[in-house]
Design a protein around this ligand. Structure first.
Ligand SMILES: NC(=O)c1ccc[n+]([C@@H]2O[C@H](COP(=O)([O-])OP(=O)(O)OC[C@H]3O[C@@H](n4cnc5c(N)ncnc54)[C@H](OP(=O)(O)O)[C@@H]3O)[C@@H](O)[C@H]2O)c1
Length: 241
């Protein structure tokens, strides 16, 4: 067991973030999670049995709340995982917060700048969850999925493109994770990985239909948080079965 990292999570009350948090906690790292409703996480990880988790109530669009979440022991945390996302409104082909990720990225970068200007130091590795389907360098989803992405993922996809650019241009260390369509349930299926450099394009191409939230979160924790593979540093990384 290792407890040498402090990892902050934004959006870990469900989905990919929750899975990544679960695997990071199990590896013994210190975790701080920002939640609008902390009871969701406290129910899953009671404080008596999870001493390495601190849950903070707050919104990922609030600089003060995010600043509180990304610092510990007088310094900025080692890793920040943001998997925030909006809820789909399928009949309107949109989501309940079309700006959730771009606002989240701006808030996080503002929080880092404010902490540093007040003398709090640190150079965190930011891992941000985006989506497949919006690469600037060509199609990264199966042809058959194009109409679905064009109709139902257009709005959250546009938000994620701005988020990706904000992190890629921030000067911070980052990895953008782009899962294919999300389903539910843990599995032992093989996960294929495509890597894209945000400036120069694909390093390795992969397309696929789906991946589960649980498997995506586990992959994220194992390959980026627990042991960061440098081939993913400052890259966009597509994950799919
Ligand atoms: N659906 C797909 O097929 C698909 C495919 C690829 C990528 N993605 C993207 O992948 C990411 C993860 O997806 P998921 O399904 O695992 O997510 P999810 O289960 O919907 O979880 C989203 C998380 O973000 C939190 N959140 C949203 N707005 C917030 C705010 N303003 N402040 C604090 N927390 C906030 C939610 O908290 P609450 O519990 O408070 O609501 C929740 O913890 C999302 O960005 C999603 O759009 C989705």
């Amino acid at each position: 067991m290792s407890s040498d990292k402090v990892v902050a999570f934004l959006g870990a009350s469900t989905g990919i973030g929750l899975s990544a948090l679960k695997h990071t906690l199990a590896a013994g790292h210190q975790c701080i999670a920002l939640c609008r409703d902390p009871s969701k996480l406290i129910k899953i990880f009671p404080s008596e049995s999870t001493p390495n988790l601190k849950v903070i109530k707050g919104n990922a669009h609030d600089v003060a709340a995010v600043s509180q979440c990304i610092q510990a022991d007088g310094r900025i945390v080692d890793v920040i995982v943001t998997t925030i996302g909006a809820k789909p409104i399928p009949h309107k082909m949109t989501v309940d917060d079309p700006d959730v990720c771009k606002k989240g990225a701006a808030t996080l970068l503002d929080a880092l700048a404010q902490l540093r200007s007040s003398g709090i130091k640190g150079s965190p590795y930011i891992i941000a969850c985006s989506t497949a389907g919006f690469s600037r360098f060509g199609r990264d989803i199966p042809l058959a999925m194009r109409p679905i992405y064009a109709l139902f993922v257009r709005v959250p996809g546009a938000d994620k493109v701005v988020m990706e650019d904000r992190f890629a241009n921030s000067g911070e260390k980052f990895t953008i994770v782009r899962p294919s369509h999300l389903g539910d349930g843990e599995s032992s299926k093989t996960i294929r990985v495509g890597i894209e450099d945000p400036k120069t394009g694909p390093v390795s191409n992969v397309t696929g239909y789906s991946i589960s939230r649980e498997d995506a979160g586990k992959w994220l924790a194992e390959n980026l948080v627990l042991q960061m593979d440098t081939k993913y540093l400052n890259k966009n990384v597509l994950i799919t079965y």
